[in-house]
Design a protein around this ligand. Structure first.
Ligand SMILES: *[C@@H]1O[C@H](CO)[C@@H](O)[C@H](O)[C@H]1NC(C)=O
Ligand SMILES: *[C@@H]1O[C@H](CO)[C@@H](O)[C@H](O)[C@H]1NC(C)=O
Ligand SMILES: *[C@@H]1O[C@H](CO)[C@@H](O)[C@H](O)[C@H]1NC(C)=O
Ligand SMILES: *[C@@H]1O[C@H](CO)[C@@H](O)[C@H](O)[C@H]1NC(C)=O
Ligand SMILES: *[C@@H]1O[C@H](CO)[C@@H](O)[C@H](O)[C@H]1NC(C)=O
Ligand SMILES: *[C@@H]1O[C@H](CO)[C@@H](O)[C@H](O)[C@H]1NC(C)=O
Ligand SMILES: *[C@@H]1O[C@H](CO)[C@@H](O)[C@H](O)[C@H]1NC(C)=O
Ligand SMILES: *[C@@H]1O[C@H](CO)[C@@H](O)[C@H](O)[C@H]1NC(C)=O
Ligand SMILES: *[C@@H]1O[C@H](CO)[C@@H](O)[C@H](O)[C@H]1NC(C)=O
Ligand SMILES: *[C@@H]1O[C@H](CO)[C@@H](O)[C@H](O)[C@H]1NC(C)=O
Length: 392
């Protein structure tokens, strides 16, 4: 079904938001590059700091979290698979977008204790998560936590390369991913996503808007060799069953990039498209179908498409950004409406989506302001916001 004309206007307004985001993103890249010098020291420090000893029992994917439904209150630190269930949590989401807090260079602050707690919560609302990058040992921490908790969980690992560092960030994260796969195996890994909003960031940085234009082709010429290189790495490890994909803003897929991957993940945000909350779920499905699924189906490889991010912010900070709301407020009440309208319908009709996101990320509020720090289902202290998760 073609997108009505009014939605093209909405896409334009979203583009301006995404342009703003892309400027932030390139600041983030520079931050990451500067930080890489300090990476090794920080990683060593984290390694020393992580005091939790993991039992090296091999993962048992068949034992689901329900096996410990009668666990006593309080997490048992010696057996992370024995944890209390929260009756407010319902396994209704196809997938959740997740970044462990403290996973940005140079200030890595994550640790296995925290990631285990996250996975215990995530396992009660979904069986699929996606990561964005691999810095700060997050691939290993997440796989270690899945195996320690023995929950049913598939993860799409992420490699978040930069366009201005001659592949330094790509290579660094490739190493992290390889180490994680060597240590924890492929059983819980569904895919490796190479690139996050890479085309969006690059072409807006060049003042262009067409993902298939000259800047888009230049960005694709960086990205596709990394995609191929990741495939070669997996193949050399005997893990070619792990899929290789790419994530970008919903209207910024370059055709050649999409033709080189097994799957594409598209950010489709009714908030940034200035949609009213009443129309948000319907708009999301319609945009994704007519823009991303349609493009993928026109390509020879017909990559499977997912919604990489969709959600609704619950607040806005006036710091460093325009706090203005669109036609509907950034509020917990509207997050509830979006969940009610979208989550179960999309899970049931076979739309693979990653709800954005697990918890509020304070570093985004501090760095970017606006709604950036307010997208969590949980707040940054891992308390579920005042929402009711529907049973599908
Ligand atoms: C990464 O995390 C894993 C799992 O906790 C741990 O075994 C490993 O030592 C960590 N690596 C570094 C470099 O911190
Ligand atoms: C893990 O990180 C949390 C949050 O930063 C911190 O409070 C805790 O002390 C850390 N635990 C370990 C074992 O390092
Ligand atoms: C990338 O490589 C080129 C050519 O070797 C060099 O001139 C440039 O400074 C490098 N850029 C970075 C960010 O390392
Ligand atoms: C890129 O160009 C192709 C035609 O060459 C077109 O089908 C596709 O929709 C374009 N992609 C976008 C996102 O505009
Ligand atoms: C990437 O891999 C595909 C499939 O093997 C191949 O056709 C293509 O030429 C490769 N592209 C680059 C830039 O390496
Ligand atoms: C979602 O499902 C509910 C219940 O079946 C239905 O009333 C609603 O119209 C659906 N919403 C969308 C956006 O499809
Ligand atoms: C699936 O459900 C979502 C949420 O209601 C909707 O936006 C989307 O259009 C539906 N997709 C299909 C293929 O029916
Ligand atoms: C967003 O929607 C509101 C209300 O419908 C409208 O007043 C405003 O101009 C729109 N903003 C943009 C950037 O399109
Ligand atoms: C975001 O930052 C503002 C100040 O810049 C602060 O007032 C607010 O409490 C913060 N919100 C969250 C969720 O971190
Ligand atoms: C939580 O949400 C419910 C339903 O919207 C509302 O009645 C209640 O006042 C909210 N509680 C808090 C603490 O905000």
């Amino acid at each position: 079904m073609p997108v009505p004309q009014t939605n093209y206007q909405n896409i334009e307004s979203r583009n301006s938001d995404w342009l703003e985001q892309s400027q932030k993103a390139s600041k983030r890249s520079r931050f990451i590059v500067i930080g890489s010098v300090i990476t090794l020291a920080v990683l060593i420090a984290v390694g020393v700091a992580v005091g939790v000893t993991l039992s090296k029992k091999s993962s048992n994917n068949s034992s689901s979290s329900s096996s410990s439904a009668s666990a006593p209150a309080g997490t048992n630190p010696n057996d992370p698979s024995n944890f209390p269930k929260n009756s407010a949590l319902v396994n209704s989401f196809y997938g959740i977008a997740y970044t462990p807090l403290g996973s940005q260079l140079p200030n890595c602050g994550n640790n296995l204790t925290e990631v285990i707690e996250d996975i215990q919560l995530l396992s009660q609302i979904t069986t699929n998560i996606r990561l964005y990058g691999a810095d700060c040992n997050q691939s290993s921490l997440v796989l270690a936590a899945i195996q320690a908790t023995k929950v049913k969980m598939s993860v799409y690992l992420g490699n978040y390369p930069a366009s201005d560092d001659n592949g330094t960030a790509y290579t660094r994260q490739k190493g992290e991913i390889q180490t994680a796969l060597q240590q924890y195996g492929a059983a819980n890994v569904a895919g490796v996503t190479v690139g996050n909003e890479f085309i969006l960031d690059y072409i807006t940085g060049q003042g262009q808007t067409d993902p298939n234009g000259s800047a888009g082709q230049a960005a694709a010429a960086m990205l596709i060799p990394w995609i191929n290189d990741t495939r070669s790495m997996l193949s050399s490890m005997g893990m070619s069953n792990i899929l290789v994909g790419n994530a970008d803003a919903g209207s910024y897929f370059n055709n050649e990039v999409l033709a080189a991957v097994d799957y594409g993940m598209a950010n489709v945000h009714p908030w940034f498209a200035n949609q009213s909350i009443d129309n948000a779920a319907a708009w999301t499905g319609e945009f994704f179908s007519s823009t991303d699924v349609a493009l993928a189906q026109s390509l020879p490889n017909q990559p499977k498409m997912y919604i990489a991010e969709t959600g609704w912010p619950t607040g806005s900070s006036s710091f460093n950004a325009n706090p203005n709301d669109g036609p509907s407020l950034a509020s917990v009440e509207n997050l509830q409406i979006f969940i009610n309208d979208f989550a179960c319908n999309a899970t049931k009709n076979g739309t693979g989506y990653f709800f954005f996101e697990f918890s509020d990320e304070p570093w985004k509020n501090t760095t970017y302001g606006g709604v950036e720090g307010y997208w969590g289902l949980f707040d940054s202290n891992k308390n579920l916001k005042n929402i009711t998760i529907p049973t599908c």
